[in-house]
Design a protein around this ligand. Structure first.
Ligand code: ATP
Length: 236
């Protein structure tokens, strides 16, 4: 693996009431790396991302960001430390313009905000032409790009993406994953949860397979055994 991991999850356990959805799970993501988190419906992908963020309380384990333990911080504090999160369902402010959606997601002064806005538009040229449109008028794919763009305006060191290709055409999903690759290549640590294995694998260098809340495989995409993928999805 490249460099020191920016994000390190150690033995994380989280769930709902008595039900464990993420079970003593460990993984790490380095700067400049995209890791695909794959698993069937209900495997625990969304719960893991939420537990990393603190939206679902962890009952065991640690979350470290650049070596610092952040597992006791409120979600907002974790975001300020450098976590970015794009939840499932591309949440944007529908009545606000594309530009305003992006600008309100920045915590910086106007000069840096303007530079970050340019960077998002360079990554998603389709958004630039729609900058003054209200977000509800965008296509599903463009709204997903806007949701990712909003997260980038927070300058995350670690970006957590929950099923960014859900409901998108193959072409638009391809564009979103091309952006995911570019975001990682620019130095961000990216963890992307997906049910659509092929698409996620095309963007990732490493893959973690989740089954019943546990990591059943963790390794480079090139060395992923075909039956590991099948077992994770079918239960075997
Ligand atoms: P999906 O792709 O459907 O989002 P997932 O891999 O992200 O699946 P999770 O949503 O993390 O899986 O669900 C893991 C387990 O936790 C499942 O058994 C699910 O039923 C349960 N679960 C998820 N959300 C809740 C909740 N709010 N309350 C109770 N149980 C939940």
């Amino acid at each position: 693996m490249m460099g020191n991991p920016l994000l390190r999850v150690e033995g994380l356990t989280a769930g709902y009431g008595g039900a464990v959805a993420v079970d003593r799970l460990s993984l790490s993501v380095a700067a400049g790396e995209a890791v695909a988190l794959l698993g069937a419906n209900g495997a625990g992908k969304s719960t893991l991302l939420k537990a990393i963020l603190g939206l679902v309380p962890a009952t065991g384990g640690r979350v470290r960001l650049a070596g610092e333990e952040i597992g006791a911080l409120a979600p907002e504090r974790r975001v300020r430390r450098g976590l970015g999160y794009v939840p499932e369902g591309r949440r944007v402010f529908p009545g606000m313009s594309v530009r305003d959606n992006l600008e309100v997601a920045s915590r910086l002064g106007w000069a840096e905000r303007a530079r970050d806005l340019e960077r998002v538009f360079a990554l998603f040229p389709a958004l630039e032409g729609k900058a003054e449109e209200r977000a509800w008028r965008l296509s599903g794919g463009q709204q997903q790009m806007l949701a990712v763009g909003r997260a980038l305006m927070g300058r995350p060191r670690v970006l957590l993406l929950d099923e960014p290709s859900l409901g998108l055409s193959p072409k638009l999903a391809g564009e979103v994953f091309a952006a995911v690759r570019a975001i990682a290549a620019a130095g961000t640590a990216v963890l992307v949860a997906e049910q659509s294995a092929a698409r996620a694998l095309s963007a990732a260098g490493r893959v973690v397979l989740l089954r019943l809340g546990r990591a059943v495989h963790d390794g480079p995409v090139e060395t992923l055994p075909a039956d590991a993928l099948r077992d994770a999805f079918l239960g075997g």
